[in-house]
Write a protein that binds this ligand. Structure first.
Ligand code: TTP
Length: 393
């Protein structure tokens, strides 16, 4: 089985985290999403991987190289991101049989993909409470009879999880017309395929689509939650480390610090004296938590430091940010009981009761800055000391 991984998109809903890297290069547990997808596909039985790259594609190529496990990796370029069918069409010359298509920004379980591959031709679906917001899979007699985009009266609560195995003949069906939203979509290819083939719906659980910043936090929460305690670094004898905490070699936890798992403290990271880290939290490579600072339920990408006595909760901080002393990221909810974030100009509910801030790479806050819940700061933004930031910059 060949697996095509779609990794060409611009990831606009994930900005500012995708200002300098493609979304599939964002880390879950320190490993880029696209590598998770490729490894999962190979462990589920894929013998060859074709990655479709576009936006900042060189980073994906450099990272994955020419093999994953025993499987060779090839690349196809999608110059204009005109949709998922267009992305697979870019990979067409590499395809020579039935092929799987997976999103480079989704988190799949290996056994789920193995079931998908074994049931080919197939589509992964998942059950949701409000299917009318999704692509709904219509099933008749055990096979897929149609895919309906956001139907007012959904025929089932099974929705498209964006992973498929297409029969070889689908290569001739990729040239679909533009959809209403102006993209050439794989769902239209599937609607053609079901006329000639029996496509099996394969229900998968534990699948995550990582399209927006709080979904990156959720994917990391789950990853960190699954780690077992392993203290490899330098943990001071007067520090308290409770629960499933990973302290990698070359990481250190100073005197009087408290780390409550689940948490991962990656290589070169430093938890300062008297600081508190509560899980699920990922402290990336060479991050630093200042004296008596508090970090809870957050992702800190490599090289980011949090100044002394700062408080950071429910947040995603890009690479090489520096939070000045006593920076406070507030994480309360609004009247509706959840925190909203502006995504491409619209206010979108995170459906989380608590959510903090999203910082692009290289953000620097002045001492005593306060960031209100749901605020995003763009790449390289700076704040003056003692300001309160309640809207996106
Ligand atoms: P999306 O998440 O819908 O698109 P995107 O990654 O560009 O993000 P955004 O909407 O925030 O701008 O895409 C689903 C998957 O398909 C994702 O893995 C990227 C990939 N993709 C391509 O490879 N080429 C394309 O033309 C499109 C639209 C998506």
């Amino acid at each position: 089985m060949q697996a095509v991984i779609l990794a060409a998109g611009e990831g606009t809903r994930m900005r500012p985290l995708t200002d300098q890297r493609p979304k599939p290069m964002l880390g879950v547990g320190g490993t880029p999403l696209v590598e998770h997808v490729a490894r999962t596909a190979v462990s589920a039985g894929a013998e060859e991987v074709i990655v479709v790259v576009g936006y900042e594609g060189e980073q994906v190529k450099r990272h994955l190289g020419d093999s994953v496990g025993d499987a060779p990796v090839h690349y196809a370029e999608q110059a204009d991101q005109q949709g998922t069918a267009d992305a697979v069409a870019a990979a067409q010359e590499h395809l020579d049989g039935p092929f799987a298509v997976l999103n480079g920004d989704n988190v799949y379980e290996s056994d789920a993909l193995a079931r998908l591959f074994e049931s080919a031709p197939s589509i992964a679906c998942t059950r949701v409470d409000e299917p009318s917001n999704y692509g709904v899979v219509e099933v008749d007699g055990g096979t897929v009879s149609g895919l309906l985009e956001k139907p007012a009266e959904p025929p089932s609560n099974l929705v498209n999880a964006g992973a498929y195995v297409f029969p070889a003949a689908a290569r001739e069906a990729l040239d679909v017309a533009e959809s209403e939203r102006g993209e050439r979509e794989l769902t239209d290819v599937l609607n053609r395929v079901i006329d000639d083939s029996d496509v099996t719906p394969v229900v998968i659980d534990d699948w995550l689509d990582v399209g927006r910043p709080w979904e990156l936090l959720a994917a990391n929460e789950r990853h960190v939650d699954r780690q077992s305690r392993a203290l490899g670094g330098d943990v001071h004898e007067d520090a308290t480390v409770e629960g499933d905490v990973v302290v990698e070699p070359d990481a250190s936890v100073a005197r009087d610090a408290v780390v409550e798992g689940p948490a991962v403290v990656e290589s070169g990271a430093f938890v300062g004296r008297g600081a508190t880290v509560r899980g699920p939290t990922l402290l990336g490579t060479a991050t630093g938590i200042g004296t008596e600072a508090e970090v809870e339920n957050s992702v800190l990408m490599a090289g980011t430091s949090v100044g002394r006595e700062s408080v950071v909760r429910d947040s995603v901080l890009g690479r090489n940010c520096q939070l000045g002393a006593e920076t406070t990221v507030r994480n309360g909810s609004d009247d509706a009981g959840s925190v909203s974030v502006t995504v491409k100009g619209d206010r979108v509910s995170t459906r989380r009761r608590t959510f903090g801030a999203v910082l692009g790479d290289g953000v620097e806050t002045g001492a005593e800055t306060t960031l209100e819940p749901g605020v995003k700061l763009p790449t390289d933004a700076t704040t003056d000391p003692e300001v309160r930031v309640s809207d996106d910059y």
